[in-house]
Design a protein around this ligand. Structure first.
Ligand code: COA
Length: 687
């Protein structure tokens, strides 16, 4: 199948440029070394030179990176060999000649146009015409930085977010001179190395800094009414850490002065930075977990002003085509720590309320951008999935394949009802299109197809049997549709498929998996159970593999792709991601040529007995963790009832109700709270 360089899922783009072997990072301040650490931990074989004019800065940066690696080993995130490989091939230099032979030079020096131009002239004099050149500027347009290069087509801005070794977001600036294939290569490179590339237009401050800088600037302008601590407290409804706390952390005051002055000079005086930025070193605020008292009236004032600036910037970015609505929401969550994207927030508040807030904001901040269209026109088509149409290369009338990519990288593509609704919308939209033969569902990035149901949503379901069962039914709308879908849907599995992710794959009409992919139903270890099909579907669809699924359900045993293939669960194994998609598309066309996709059986099925529980001592998961006997009892009973049900819908309903039942146990509360608090659950206390 053919994918174009502009594919929505960066991994679907076909690119010819090879992976980099030698990278130079210019600037050993804060972010340059962090970028170097990301690159080296993603590609340990890479040779990387960290260049700075000051040797002490280089020494300090290399020591910092050794500290990162030591910490990763101490926390069990990396083994000693991986840490040694990350640090090997990492050198410092004060000499631009050391950049000769690099296939990518990435600049992260001071935010100064003249300086950056000098650096790039020095770089270009030493590297060949194919070397990629990028700048990490957060505000200066690529056209200004690179217009004097001999080969501007190989240069652009790649803007990282702090801390760059961990924060996945990277803005990749699409400017007119940039080679299309290089843009596709950069996006693909970032996605392959665990980052989230967001393509934005070449506007001053690009996309996310426009939001962040103005959010901070309006917060500072509010200091005539409220304290920094009070403003941060109000902001905590929307962000994990308030603007002043983040400014302290990032030593961000000079940056706001610089970037807002730039915006003011180019777009109007309303962007002028609050004068107080020039006189404050550190803001007096509290940790994000604490709250400063303030009156309800003042809280409402601050809240509306913060929402006003957030939406004003958001709508302006969309009106000017600086970025896409889905990228903006996602970028605000991932890069800036917003709990929900600005457009999601607008939906939650309602358009009438948002209009009132914006009108009030317009009065308080004359000149700031206002919507140019009805608010409903700004809503993204799909928020949580990317959609690509791969064209029929054979031209044999077999039809195109629509590839749906689950994209919630901040939660390993975990599923919730809004995401499943997005998938369903895409499928419905193409079902009557005679030129589409079917669908492939895959996950964003290399690590996870999908890490299951979104555990962040579970606390509200605890103790509410009917609510929990209904949530499972709502999340199942897509799956029930797939059971009777007129066109085939194939799951293309890379990395892990856990819990609800595996349940989604089970309802697709075929599974194709990369060899290193694996499956797990980890719910029992969380004190819950898989609610959207795993209690019923596997036993109807792959009765020969019933013992495997019984062990998976009751011990959270992992299933490797090769074993799933041997057991007939996975139809085909694939090598790299390109091979995976190629095979998945071929399978769609094969299934489409065979008529209606197969449906899970309606009739009751026989079950082998569950393995007996130990007579003495606790029941344990496959990895040795102690499990809840209460939860195991609910799972075993639910599976037996589902197997005995005489229709598919009754069998599924058994699973939803079992989920409702388990949600009311003390074990579920303990398991979910432990996951969210990043600790081991203790089911010995809960039964
Ligand atoms: N729901 C919500 N968030 C999830 C998630 C899920 N099912 N699975 C992972 N995430 C989040 C993590 O909380 C973490 O967020 P943070 O960076 O804000 O803390 C992020 O995704 C990355 O996961 P992390 O745990 O740091 O990655 P890891 O490689 O160390 O571990 C897993 C990966 C999948 C083993 C681990 O995340 C996990 O056990 N997830 C739960 C899987 C599960 O039980 N699924 C069934 C749910 S019903």
């Amino acid at each position: 199948m053919n994918a174009c360089p502009a594919a929505a899922n960066p991994l679907l783009a076909t690119v010819r440029r090879a992976a980099p072997r030698r990278i130079g990072v210019v600037g050993a301040g804060t972010i340059g070394p962090d970028i170097a650490y990301y690159l080296k931990s993603a590609l340990p074989a890479l040779e990387l030179t960290l260049l700075d004019v000051r040797q002490p800065a280089i020494d300090a940066a290399l020591a910092r990176l050794r500290g990162y690696a030591d910490k990763a080993v101490a926390r069990g995130k990396m083994n000693a060999e991986a840490a040694a490989a990350t640090l090997a091939g990492l050198t410092g230099s004060t000499d631009y000649d050391s950049l000769a032979g690099c296939d990518w030079v990435l600049e992260a020096a001071t935010e100064d146009l003249a300086l950056k131009r000098r650096i790039f002239a020095d770089v270009e004099a030493r590297v060949d015409a194919q070397t990629v050149i990028t700048s990490n500027t957060s505000s200066l347009p690529a056209a200004r930085i690179f217009s004097e290069l001999k080969h501007p087509e190989r240069a652009t801005v790649t803007h990282f977010f702090a801390p760059a070794w961990r924060n996945p977001a990277v803005e990749v600036i699409d400017w007119p001179a940039l080679d299309r294939e290089l843009l596709a290569w950069l996006r693909r490179f970032f996605a392959e190395t665990g980052k989230l590339p967001l393509v934005t237009k070449d506007a001053v401050c690009f996309m996310l800094d426009r939001v962040f800088d103005n959010w901070c600037n309006d917060a500072a302008l509010l200091l005539d009414r409220a304290t920094a601590a009070q403003i941060d407290s109000v902001a905590s409804e929307f962000v994990h850490a308030g603007p002043f706390f983040v400014l302290n952390l990032a030593h961000g005051n000079p940056i706001i002065i610089e970037t807002n002055t730039l915006q003011a000079d180019e777009e109007g005086g309303h962007y002028r930075p609050a004068p107080i930025f020039a006189s404050v070193q550190e803001w007096k605020t509290q940790a994000p977990s604490q709250r400063a008292p303030l009156t309800p009236a003042l809280a409402a004032d601050v809240r509306e002003r913060l929402l006003g600036v957030l939406w004003s910037q958001t709508l302006d970015i969309l009106d000017r085509g600086i970025g896409s609505a889905a990228d903006l929401d996602l970028g605000c969550r991932v890069a800036l720590g917003f709990k929900a994207g600005p457009l999601e927030l607008m939906e939650q508040c309602g358009h009438e309320e948002a209009t009132r807030v914006l009108q009030r904001y317009a009065k308080e901040r004359p000149g700031m951008p206002m919507p140019r269209r009805a608010l409903s026109a700004y809503r993204p088509g799909e928020r949580h999935v990317l959609v690509d149409r791969l064209h029929d290369r054979l031209g044999d009338g077999g039809g195109d394949v629509v590839v749906i990519t689950l994209r919630r990288p901040e939660a390993l593509n975990a599923l919730h009802d809004a995401m499943t609704d997005d998938i369903l919308d895409v499928i419905r939209r193409h079902e009557d299109d005679a030129t589409v033969s079917g669908f492939v569902i895959t996950g964003y990035g290399q690590k996870a197809f999908c890490a299951g149901g979104d555990i962040g949503r579970f606390p509200t379901l605890l103790g509410n049997a009917e609510g929990a069962a209904q949530y499972a039914r709502d999340c199942s709308r897509l799956l029930v549709h797939l059971d009777a879908a007129p066109k085939p849907v194939v799951a293309a599995i890379q990395g892990m498929a856990l819990g609800g992710g595996f349940e989604l794959a089970m309802r697709c009409h075929a599974l194709v998996a990369q060899r290193q992919a694996w499956f797990q139903l980890p719910e029992v270890a969380l004190g819950i159970l898989p609610a959207i099909g795993a209690m019923a579907i596997p036993f109807r669809r792959w009765p020969q593999a019933a013992p495997i699924f019984q062990r998976m359900l009751t011990t959270a045993e992992r299933l490797r792709a090769a074993d799933a293939h041997a057991a007939g669960i996975v139809a085909e194994l694939a090598g790299d991601f390109d091979d995976l998609i190629e095979r998945a598309c071929a399978r769609v066309r094969l299934l489409a040529s065979q008529g209606e996709p197969p449906r899970p059986g309606e009739a009751a099925v026989a079950l082998p007995p569950f393995a007996p529980r130990p007579a003495d001592g606790p029941v344990r998961a496959a990895d040795g963790r102690v499990l809840s006997p209460t939860v195991l009892g609910v799972i075993e009973q639910g599976v037996r009832e589902a197997a005995a049900a005489t229709s598919l819908s009754a069998a599924l309903e058994t699973g939803y109700r079992a989920f409702g039942k388990v949600a009311c146990t003390a074990a579920a509360r303990e398991g979910i709270e432990a996951f969210l608090a990043r600790r081991e659950p203790d089911f010995t206390r809960t039964g």
